[in-house]
Design a protein around this ligand. Sequence first.
Ligand code: ZN
Length: 873
Amino acid sequence: MCSTQQLLNKVAKSPARLTGKVTPSFYDIKIIPDIAAATFCGEETITLYLQEAVSVIVIHAAELTISKAVLRNDAGSSFISTVSFDEEKQQALISLEGSAGPGEWFLHLSFQGILNNRLRGFYRSSFRDADGSEKLIATTKFEPSDARRAFPCFDEPEFKAVFQISLLVDKGLTAISNSPINSEREMEGGKKLVSFAPSLKMSSYLVAYVVGDFSASEPVFTKSSVPIRVCCVPGKKHLTAYALKWAKFSIDFFADYFGIDYQGAKLDLIAIPDFASGAMENFGAITFRETALLLDETQATHAELMRVAEVVCHENAHMWFGDLVTMDWWNGLWLNEAFATFMAALAVQAFMPSWKFFEGFNIFKAGAMRIDGLHSSRSIEFPVESPEDARAMFDVLTYEKGCAILRMLELYIGEEVFRQGCATYMKRHACLNTETADLWNALAEAVRNAGLSIPVDELMDTWVFQQGFPLVSVERAESEGVIILRQRPFRYLDEGSTPQGLWYVPIAIRAGTSDGIIEKVFLLKQTEQRFYVGENLKWIVINADGQGFYRVSYADELAQQLLSHLSELSAPERFNLASDLWAATQAGHLTLDAYLARLRIVLSEETDSHVFALAINSIGYLRRICAAGGPEHFNDLVNLAKQLFEPALIRLGWEPKASESPQDAELRASLVSTLGSLGEKSCCQKVESLWKQYLSDRKSVSTNLLPALVETTASHGDASCYDQMLKLKESASTPQEETRFLFALSHFRHPELIERTLASSLNGQIRVQDVPQMIRSLFLNPTGGLATWNFVKAHWDKMVATIPLQGIIRLCDGITALVNPELEPELKEFFATHNIKGNEKALAQNLETLTIANRFLLREREQLGSVLAKNTR
Ligand SMILES: [Zn+2]
């Protein structure tokens, strides 16, 4: 993939970036926030190295003023400078009166800025204390490129430096930063000066400081005696034990895995009431949204327990992948994010094997494949020029596809070989920056040391530098025991031209023969290859264990054999079978009729929650198709869902069993919410009685079932029920409970209640951090799609002005629910003139997804009624 690599290198030298002729090594920064006035001022001295003589120093700065700039060196030379700004490039140009020669210099800057409300840079958050009065917090979130909103800096990941921070704050407040406190000095005017120890040598986007009324848990200690604390606003300290447990386990786990101890002198995990994403891996001071960190283990659902565990492990993994070793530039973001996702999976799997993390991960992998099957997808490594481009990289392709291909490689070369490669990479590049090739070199070395001959770089380049993934078709060859495998790119839309692409696909197979089970692994490198499996084949499964990132299409005969040997398949294999069938149906390769007939066979004996999740997802899709293309067939759809899902619900029963797995508890809840949301009568009656029971005794209903009860109740609820949910939200005792009742508001279907929720999303009643998810959920509301679309159109400018970019991207995801061929041109027209920079790729993906659904509708509309009726018989 030489040409792609060259392209990326070329973009890396784009004019939007700093030249590298001036490099920082040390920042001494003092910040003085005025939280009430929403402003701050600061002073910094940056130790610089000039490679050659310069008369202008270019540094990043945005929404800042710089009132003073002086450059001096130890030889006594000094320059007074004038400062101008290039707003588009977010740069300050510091023009010297003369020219400074090569060598070490000290740049002293005085600057002023605003504490914004947009959850980026240095911003304000708030909470209500026990008396109900509002308290303010000042906090930071810099990734990818918002450190420049807090202090002038060389704001690109390759300019690693040591940061020494001090904060002048009110005496009663707590100040936290990346490193431990070195000293605290009382100052006049009720202030104190908190000085932190110098940081690890790191990128600017990893700097953090937080000021407010915070309390901290007692520390727990890692194996190497580093204290870990969880910090939160007052009144929530009792929700910190669960995260602490995971934090300690994962730090020790990663230290063993890499053979390198955590490099900080302390680690704080800080819950921030307003936070744009899930969490941010600032070295030594990781910030989280409250729901991703604080939790009451006795009152949380399995999904909520899993989320906190996963986010804590993910962020802790970043202390190595991301913070200690950092990508050169944002095109390599996957080196951070795919690895953190993957390492978190390993840690969760190790701590709680019964959760079967990688089986559940298949659902996320399917989400990445949904995007990666689009023409508008992108390669994992992708040219990044501007900060907006960088922000758009935080998507399922970077995280989930990246994680999935790492898992595929790990299983192919072996877990221990893979670990050794990662450890080498980490040791070799500690405190430095890397490119993808550095990782392949380290892994290839481990592969060679193990005596294997696997071309790691050639293999992985086909997955990292090329968009999409293959559809592998399989059929029997004429000679006994031989199969023919073919690969071609999988796309939902066939636009006439055949898409190009060739991958190195590790293909694990398992086959049943009259002599027993055969397991083999092949490497498919060409468009067509023959492989000898073994004689007397009764059935064969391709992508055995289900961890490969590709889809499979079986020749009819093999598909039938597989369907009659389902009990031979593992749960991930059955998941992939159903997932591949559904993708083929959406792409028009399989009729809806054939899909439903096969799904009925798959589900007839099914017990796995993930296979059901896939089926439930496809029924949800059909519901939208039905609403747009034949509402008169809705009853048939409800009957179909009842036939598919009720037997599993009856098997599980409504009462949780003492010995049941968390997956069973989740399955029960998703079956109830599916049937309940469709208005299936007996399910709704049972939900109604359980909801009454819950209101009179909160402990009488299983927590795992509660989200399904809330959603179903809201789906069919009236205005008084709406007020009740609001009250429950106000009195919630955990962040998870608060979120549950908050998002219940998006499920009410009465038009007035939909309008009420829409209005509250922009009038300050709902926190900005929750607005994108709320609007997205309203798009998915069976009666809310159009009203939400009209609202978004009417308030687009205001949304763009108040919601962070990643929120806009998330919110726009909801338009995929607007299935209606007549509406499609209007959507395209609107976004042709109303989009924002950074959202282009995601938006194109949403619009293409919508086109796929509309074509599905046009293809199946005529026979929809008869197909649904036939398959409910
Ligand atoms: Zn991450």
